[in-house]
Design a protein around this ligand. Structure first.
Ligand code: DC
Length: 223
């Protein structure tokens, strides 16, 4: 039986930074499911397709081969063999990812891939519906959140590191719009699983949040 840990929460809650560090500490595979939706969003943008239009998006899924590579530096995302790990972080891809993720056929397309990874590896998997839909039997489920303002600050700092300059207001607006869309869609909306442990990381440093989760994992799995 593999260790499956689900981490869900809104954009910028710290899921990926925390999960990446935990995967390093414990030797788990870190699966960033948002990156898969981002790769599909990017593909549609490149094709000039409106990522909200299901009837245009769905026929193109058969052209997409997605694969993930795992290394010590983290996950790399390959879109038809091309490494798009950096490009998918651009702000316009965030919204396109949220748009395609509301299409049920897109979610089905990714579900099997995500579940197979968790069957074959000890994983810490992050996203929006991991504890509710993808891994309902995960042994440990965490719902991470933080205030919208703090999440926007963190996201802005991440973008700045990559040389992308956006105003605080723009990033905050983008985060709020995505949160609304991700939590109000019909299929697999963002919400805490009934058996998830809820953590608000507002005011925490990354190290504090990692330490907290690390303690929970050690206790939970007797590691
Ligand atoms: O985690 P992220 O910001 O990289 O995710 C990008 C978008 O993908 C997010 O706005 C909603 C969608 N998503 C989803 O619907 N389900 C997931 N499990 C992960 C991401």
């Amino acid at each position: 039986m593999k260790i499956n840990i689900a981490i869900d929460g809104p954009a910028g809650a710290g899921k990926s930074s925390i999960a990446k560090e935990i995967s390093r500490q414990f030797g788990f595979v870190y699966v960033d499911t948002g990156a898969m939706y981002r790769a599909i969003g990017l593909y549609m943008l490149r094709k000039g397709i409106n990522p909200k239009e299901a009837e245009k998006v769905l026929p193109l899924l058969s052209e997409i081969k997605l694969s993930l590579r795992f290394s010590k530096e983290g996950q790399r995302v390959l879109l038809n063999g091309e490494d798009v790990s950096e490009e998918i972080r651009e702000p316009q891809v965030s919204m396109a990812a949220s748009d395609v993720s509301a299409i049920p056929g897109v979610r089905d397309f990714l579900l099997n891939l995500q579940q197979e990874m968790a069957k074959q590896n000890d994983v810490i998997m992050d996203g929006r519906d991991i504890g509710t839909v993808v891994l309902p039997n995960a042994q440990l489920k965490i719902y991470l959140t933080a205030s919208a303002e703090e999440r926007a600050q963190r996201r802005r700092a991440q973008l700045q590191e990559k040389g992308i300059e956006d105003s605080f207001e723009t990033v905050l607006e983008d985060i709020k719009r995505r949160d609304y869309q991700d939590s109000h869609r019909k299929v697999a909306p963002l919400k805490p699983a009934s058996d998830a442990q809820y953590f608000d990381t507002t005011g925490n440093t990354l190290e504090e949040s990692v330490q907290m989760l690390s303690n929970i994992i050690k206790k939970h799995f007797n590691l």
